[in-house]
Design a protein around this ligand. Structure first.
Ligand code: 6PG
Length: 482
């Protein structure tokens, strides 16, 4: 057996796996990566900086033999069967106490099952969410670990070293028991879907409604990225509007891209989980729905002909519209986070994961796709660790109330001009419903009791009631007389 000398091992030297290992190596850790493909191991070794300790191997056993104990092995492979097949290859070759980490976007239920199975074999299995894409992996991602606390302590120094830093603090922290890491990452992605949807709706209004060119859009998004909603997603959106096509050189690339949004599942899982808890996350749901609707291209084309749909020009003052849209976007973005964070608060209790919400907000401040200046406001709000929903924080309430006229006007002009605005409308509806002490759902209770004897509660006392709704007036009076 070779000398055990490497601090960390990686299965899968794709873009994410190799960049994360190189990041670790930059921070002084000795790292070893396994990939069946010799081209990948060669490229990995060639990409390492001088004076770093980096090795690529093409046999899994070679990696296992050269790791320090307890072994710390991460896999960054596609979610699903690939994860199970790596586990089944690893398990027979490992020793009790070794740590296997799934750093991909696995479904948290799968992670829970894997934790239980591997626990019986004396192995630690951890689900860790990693956000930030290729660049993040290389220069500093946001890392969302959950699971066994002892195992976390073993890997904490490495994760802290490689994570993005926000105000000098590493964007990593223990985020709860069992599959909490993958749960938090799933909700992170749900919020990511919601904000991306809001940005695409903003683009639609500006481009199709007001005739903004890509140059105009680039300029406006850059402006927004220099203000109170500075964020990674706005920054890359500004850059997208500036990118020329390489094939058709007088075009911008964004105009050449088919309007059919893909999805790998994390947004859908967030919606499914929201329904199961249940916790309302309508902005995230609408984002998932719009991606699905976007794929019905043939039907959309047929419907456009049938309805003779024309994109209407929105007749408005541009400066005023820009200001209102800015406020609407900020408003709906806050609502998207509020929904995701409230879902985490409930899931933490219901699924017994003990997710520390202030820590989640802290970890999202840097490195991840949803990093934004707004997280500073949320950090303040979550100084109250018992906060159930961002909307219940006084400062956030004041921000939302201040931006309310903006979203009212944007939604009104979109509706009057037939622009779909699922994300903005869902956010505004959530806001208007959430802050009402009375909703019209008393009528729904009455209807349920009418046709199905589903019973209801009353506002003037405790108890469960049922009424024979169809009893005729004469019968009632007869009964009364009796
Ligand atoms: C991240 C991203 C990353 C991935 C998304 C894409 O945090 O770095 O979320 O995990 O790009 O999962 O998801 P879709 O393909 O579903 O849009």
């Amino acid at each position: 057996m070779n000398d055990v000398k490497y601090d960390f091992g990686m299965v899968g030297l794709g873009v994410m796996g190799s960049n994360l290992l190189l990041n670790m190596a930059d921070h002084g850790f000795a790292v070893i990566g396994y990939d069946k493909n010799p081209d990948k191991t060669k490229l990995f070794e060639a990409s390492a900086d001088k004076d770093t300790i980096v090795k690529g191997v093409n046999k899994l056993q070679d990696m296992i033999d050269q790791l320090k104990m307890p072994r710390k092995i991460m896999m960054l492979v596609p979610a699903g069967i690939a994860v199970d097949s790596v586990i089944s290859e690893l398990v027979p070759a490992l020793d009790k106490g070794d740590i296997i980490i799934d750093g991909g976007n696995s479904h948290y239920i799968d992670t829970l099952k894997r934790i239980k199975i591997l626990e019986q074999q004396g192995l630690h299995f951890m689900g860790i969410g990693i956000s930030g894409g290729e660049e993040g992996a290389r220069r500093g991602p946001s890392i969302m670990p959950g699971g066994d606390k002892e195992a976390y302590k073993e890997i904490e120094p490495i994760l802290k070293a490689v994570a993005a830093k926000a105000d000098g603090q590493p964007c990593v922290g223990y985020l709860g028991k069992d599959a909490a890491g993958h749960y938090v990452k799933m909700v992170h992605n749900g919020i990511e879907y919601a904000i991306m949807e809001l940005l695409s709706e903003s683009y639609d209004l500006l481009h199709n409604g007001l005739g903004y060119t890509n140059e105009d859009l680039h300029k406006l998004f850059l402006e927004w990225d220099n203000g109170e909603m500075k964020s990674f997603l706005i920054e890359i959106t500004a850059a997208i509007f500036n990118k020329k096509d390489e094939k058709v050189t007088d075009k911008f690339l964004v105009d050449m891209i088919l309007d059919k949004a893909g999805a790998k599942g994390t947004g859908k899982w967030t919606s499914q989980e929201g329904l199961d808890l249940p916790m309302p996350i309508p902005t995230i749901d609408s984002a998932v729905m719009m991606r699905n609707l976007s794929s019905l291209i043939d039907e959309r084309i047929a419907a456009q002909k049938l309805y003779n749909t024309k994109l209407k020009t929105i007749d408005t003052d541009k400066n005023e519209f820009e200001k209102n849209l800015h406020d609407a976007l900020l408003f709906a973005t806050i609502i998207s986070y509020a929904q995701g964070l409230a879902m985490l608060t409930t899931a933490s209790i219901e699924l017994k994961m003990d997710i520390p919400l202030p820590e989640v907000v802290r970890v999202w401040r840097g490195g991840c796709i949803i990093r934004s200046a707004l997280l500073d406001n949320f950090t303040k709000a979550y100084e109250n660790a018992e906060l159930k929903n961002l909307l219940l924080d006084e400062n956030i309430a004041a921000m939302l109330q201040q931006k309310e006229p903006g979203i009212q006007k944007i939604i009104s002009s979109a509706a009057l001009n037939n622009y779909p605005l699922a994300g903005f409308m869902a956010s505004f509806t959530y806001y208007n419903a959430y802050r009402r002490n009375l909703l019209p759902t008393n009528l729904i209770q009455a209807q349920r009791d009418f046709f199905g004897a589903h019973t209801y509660e009353r506002i003037d006392g405790v108890g469960i009631f049922h009424t024979e709704w169809e009893t005729k007036a004469e019968t009632i009076s007869t009964k009364h007389l009796d």
